[in-house]
Write a protein that binds this ligand. Structure first.
Ligand code: MLT
Ligand code: ZN
Length: 474
């Protein structure tokens, strides 16, 4: 139960506090310090949370009323889902009100003929996946945080994850959205339609908008068939060029569901933290995790032949193939547990991408920069290299302050992002821009584009109520 302290009036007009209490009651308008800390932050650790309150609406009508009050009193709102973001997009660091969707998590019955599901924005990703699975269907956007992330947050950040190579990003699965804009208007976008060529599609503006245009309150998602008999191989690999050769070979020979990679230090951290057996006796600089559909025994034979050919070419040193579902899940843990395992070292996260064909150039530029700037720090590499996305995590050493560590890494990121820019790549492939990548946005988007973004924000949110200071400064 929340304590009933008065609202911090230095931050929020008293009359607004009174109206919020009238609308939500003390139970759903939280101002105690634990709630402010808890709801005011996402998974990033470089900015301190400082919201002035936490709002827990139960309905779209309440959200519209909140936006109306925010407009009237000049308050700011930070839309908030599972707060698993990694770029500070859901941080409330400047006296904003956190607008949490956690009470709005209803999932409607699966529409079997239409292969779709409609849910409130606070629905947990894994629960949507479970509801689809119970009807023999699948919502295929998946990642390690699916047990706590909410669909509204996934959509606002256009979440990617581990099977983008096969299924694409969140954007590819959203057929309808309900959003409340900065004028408190409710927009119903695309209505779950598969075909709808009637002018500009605002749904796609809200996907990946990081809460700067308004708040997503409901979504309709397309579903698909689950893959047949997925199998996982982990391959020990000596070099980045070899990794890319293996990717090319897998793409021509297998029905690939995922092609992930991680470095030896990543494996070392995960196996030590969770007391897991490493997959091989020997250690290798890199590992590829390949998931493929094994529709028939021929698919397995093909996979084994592929591994042999890769070994003969000197690209793969050793390999292990899952023989059952429990082994498949254990092998996935080697990759999926990395992010959570290294969180204790306050990692500085780079999330960069190029086209898949340019990934070898990206990897060699990054390799050179790491060798030049980070010889004294632990660097953990992993990522979705099958879709051109590399995660480069620098671990903070003990005894160094978070601020000094961040400054040092930012200076290196400027070089890194120049390399990314030269390849026409992205400085944020899937984590978003939020607060942490804002100063680097110009490496991926030019002034004309950023200025158009400002104009679009002004159309949907003329008073700048929603998520101020995220993505770009107004
Ligand atoms: C991942 O690929 O594991 C996620 O994007 C999270 C992370 O990069 O730490
Ligand atoms: Zn990722």
């Amino acid at each position: 139960m929340a304590d009933k302290q008065p609202v911090n009036s230095s931050r929020l007009p008293e009359a607004m506090g009174a109206s919020l209490i009238e609308l939500l009651g003390h139970e759903r308008f939280l101002t105690d310090s634990h709630s402010l800390q808890h709801y005011g932050r996402d998974w990033t650790r470089f900015v301190a949370p400082a919201p002035s309150g936490v709002l827990l609406p139960n309905s779209i009508g309440e959200i519209q009323a909140i936006v109306h009050l925010a407009r009237k009193y000049g308050a700011k709102l930070v839309p908030s889902g599972g707060r698993t973001g990694l770029s500070g997009g859901a941080m409330a660091a400047g006296g904003e009100l956190v607008l949490s969707l956690e009470r709005m998590r209803k999932i409607s019955p699966i529409n079997k003929a239409g292969r779709s599901v409609t849910c409130e924005a606070g629905a947990i990703t894994a629960q949507i996946q479970q509801a689809a699975a119970e009807e023999g269907l699948m919502y295929p956007v998946d990642f390690a945080s699916s047990g706590s992330s909410q669909i509204g947050g996934n959509i606002a950040t256009n979440a990617g994850g581990i099977q983008v190579i096969r299924y694409g990003m969140t954007r590819d699965w959203v057929t309808g959205l309900k959003v409340v804009t900065g004028t408190s208007e409710l927009l119903e976008l695309n209505h779950g339609l598969i075909k709808n060529n009637t002018g500009l599609d605002f749904r796609h503006l809200f996907i990946g908008s990081e809460g700067i245009l308004g708040v997503i309150v409901e979504a309709t998602l397309a579903l698909t068939d689950p893959p047949t008999n997925p199998r996982v191989m982990v391959l020990g690999i000596q070099s980045m060029p070899a990794l890319m050769e293996v990717l090319a070979k897998c793409q021509t020979r297998l029905s690939v569901l995922a092609f992930e990679f991680f470095s030896d230090l990543a494996l070392e951290k995960v196996t030590a933290a969770h007391s897991i057996q490493p997959p091989f006796q020997e250690r290798f600089p890199y590992y590829a995790l390949v998931e493929f559909e094994s529709i028939s025994t021929a698919a397995e034979t093909q996979a084994l032949e592929l591994v042999e050919a890769c070994m003969a070419a000197g690209w793969v040193e050793d390999a292990v193939l899952s023989q059952n579902e429990s082994q498949r899940r254990s092998l996935w843990r080697l990759r999926e547990d990395i992010s959570e395992t290294i969180a204790q070292w306050t990692p500085y996260k780079n999330d960069i991408s190029t086209t898949v064909q340019q990934a070898p150039e990206l990897l060699s530029s990054v390799d050179a920069l790491v060798a030049q700037h980070y010889t004294d720090l632990d660097v953990v590499w992993y990522g979705h290299i099958g879709d051109g996305n590399l995660h480069l995590n620098i671990l903070k050493p003990d005894g160094v302050s978070v601020g000094a560590f961040e400054e040092r890494c930012k200076a290196v990121s400027a070089h890194l992002f120049t390399a990314v820019q030269n390849l026409g790549g992205s400085i944020s492939a899937e984590h978003g821009v939020g607060l942490l990548k804002k100063e680097f946005l110009h490496f991926s988007r030019d002034e004309a584009e950023i200025s158009l973004m400002r104009g679009i924000k002004a159309q949907f949110d003329p008073d700048g109520i929603f998520n101020p200071g995220k993505v770009f400064d107004a």
